[in-house]
Design a protein around this ligand. Sequence first.
Ligand code: ZN
Ligand code: ZN
Length: 375
Amino acid sequence: MTDAAGARPELDRAERLSAELDERQVDLLLVTTPVDVRYLAGFTGSNGLALMAGDGGGGEAGSHRFLTDFRYSTQSAEQVPDVFAREIVAGDMLAAVATALAEGGGRLGYDEAHLTVKAHRRLTELLGQAWELVPCTGVVERLRAIKEPAEISRIRAAAELADEALRDTLEAGIVGRSERDVAIDLELRMRRLGADAPSFSSIVAAGANGALPHAEPRDTEIPRDVLVTIDWGALHEGYCSDCTRTYATGERLTELARETYETVLRAQERGLAAVRAGPTGREVDAVAREVIEQAGQGAHFGHGLGHGVGMEIHEGPRMSQTAGDEPLRAGHVVTVEPGVYIPGRLGVRIEDLVVVRPDGQEVLTSLPKELTVVS
Ligand code: ZN
Ligand code: ZN
């Protein structure tokens, strides 16, 4: 897909990153996480790293460096823009980084959350006194969190495709089939509709199995008159979607099941309405959590309200009781997914995927949320 501007999005990303690095007085950032390398350099292979210049190098050819091995010589020539000087490395990548940096010196940023202790020690030895290693945790992830319009289009397409696959799966009927069979069916339908893969292993959890937030689909038949929670998503053109719906498999539900569903739905709608640029993830979490606490179910909502979604199924920003003080910003894409899990009895979770807008939110998932009976 061509981006609206027709230009390589990587150039703008490198510029935004440079501004971040300047603020931290970091001369170069070592990027080793594949998803971050892909975001910055467009490279989809498994072994590549980028050295991003803090001053941006004026965006001229060779401003930044990209290193990979000979297997990716052709692929990287096609994918990595000229703003990177490309280098094909024989052997050890970290040694090649040290060689590339042998001339200069300064502050070299790295991501504490991803560089291993072993690699850190090795780099320190190889680089010697000239370079100081500076933790820059999550710098690229925070950039990735603010989506460009073309990225939002891809996530929207993934969500639409996943919605359609679930609609088709429900039409084919789920009662009497095993959870596993329904999950496989749903995943196959997503692939047939154009998904590269599911964005994570689908959850289909009926009755008491729904009380496990990350239930594995079982070889057990889905019975009548229970709640069944389905959590699924598509990976499409490198971007993920994420959605959850809880359905009834008959009219004869327990009072507890109906009440719990209504509570979660109210919490979800309140949380959703609170999403906009400005509040922190903790504040939005609190809005939804209050509804569940007031219903006396607070102890049964043990996870955060939501998470960012993009190239990864779980990324920044987080919306939870322990989220930091960073506000939600326009361009963030987050889930809103409260749940109530009553051990041994039942579970309800309802999840939408939304884009944060300056004055509100755009919901990307479109399946109805009032309690629906499926057969
Ligand atoms: Zn989900
Ligand atoms: Zn989710």
